[in-house]
Ligand binder design. Structure first.
Ligand SMILES: Cc1ncc(C[n+]2csc(CCOP(=O)(O)OP(=O)(O)O)c2C)c(N)n1
Ligand SMILES: [Mg+2]
Length: 253
């Protein structure tokens, strides 16, 4: 039995009070310990952003790399030692902007790692510029007249790029997120989870997400059907009530 406490460190995280990163960090520790994986057998790899500090504060092996480049390091780590549990972390800016190309090809390549993207819809560390997942019209320091681009759809992009485990989690539902991360780690191949993350300083608050998030599991979604999964993925662009589904959209093995 591996205790959750064995992943704890003494240093206190420097994230803002109320940041969704605390919940994602806890869900990571819960998932790994509940799967009986020891700190010495786990490697957490990140890039650059607020999210990217996560490996500092979890007792395991860790690598904080370049902006948008966690995936090449994580895939290389796994290829060098297949016994390790490797989790790569991205931000919506880091992973979908700067690292977008790595994301597409990691989906195709299907190396057996887990990829968690902390999606707060802003460049948080650089104080709130609009990001690839910000809504059209978002007013920010870098888009004073409103963002012109339409937002990227990470779930649809992953499915159409060949990923075989594609899910969306929510930082405000730690038990559900822990369940998803455990499934992703157990999946034999590249497993991707886009995680909705509240950002009290620059993005949406927890209330915004609580009003919109619902569980796919409660809606009889068939995650083995790629077309249905894509249809669900596009719901975010079409639904008027702004509902945000969480759960496994697509899984094929
Ligand atoms: C190549 C490169 N470009 C830009 C930056 C500046 N930079 C540092 S953090 C960051 C934003 C990160 O945003 P995101 O990935 O969404 O993570 P968050 O801070 O929101 O967790 C940027 C643009 C950098 N460090 N390196
Ligand atoms: Mg971000």
């Amino acid at each position: 039995m591996v205790e959750l406490q064995s992943f704890n460190k003494n240093e206190k995280p420097s994230w803002c009070p109320g940041c969704g990163n605390f919940a994602i960090s806890l869900a990571t520790k819960k998932s790994i310990s509940e799967l009986n994986i020891k700190p010495k057998d786990s490697v957490l790899v990140s890039g650059v952003g607020c999210f990217a500090k996560l490996p500092y504060w979890i007792k395991s092996y860790g690598f904080v790399g370049l902006h948008g480049r966690s995936l090449p390091v994580a895939q290389g780590t796994k290829l060098a030692n297949k016994k390790l549990t490797v989790i790569a972390y991205g931000g919506d800016g880091d992973g979908y902007g700067e690292g977008g190309n790595h994301f597409i090809h990691a989906c195709r390549r299907n190396v057996n790692i887990t990829y968690l993207v902390h999606n707060n819809s802003v460049f948080g560390l650089t104080t709130g510029q609009y990001s690839p997942t910000s809504k059209q019209g978002k007013v920010s320091k870098s888009s004073p007249l409103g963002a012109k681009e339409s937002p990227l759809n990470p779930i649809a992009l992953a499915i159409s790029s060949g990923a075989k485990f594609v899910a969306r989690g929510y930082a405000g539902d730690i038990n559900h997120l822990t369940g998803l991360i455990k499934k992703a780690i157990q999946f034999e191949g590249f497993a991707f989870i886009d995680i909705l993350q509240y950002c009290p300083s620059f993005g949406h608050d927890i209330k915004y997400y609580n009003e919109r998030v619902y569980r796919l599991e409660d809606n009889f979604h068939d995650s083995s059907n790629k077309i249905l999964a894509l249809q669900k993925a596009f719901e975010i662009e079409e639904n008027k009530n702004d509902r945000l589904a969480i759960g496994v959209f697509y899984k094929s093995q």
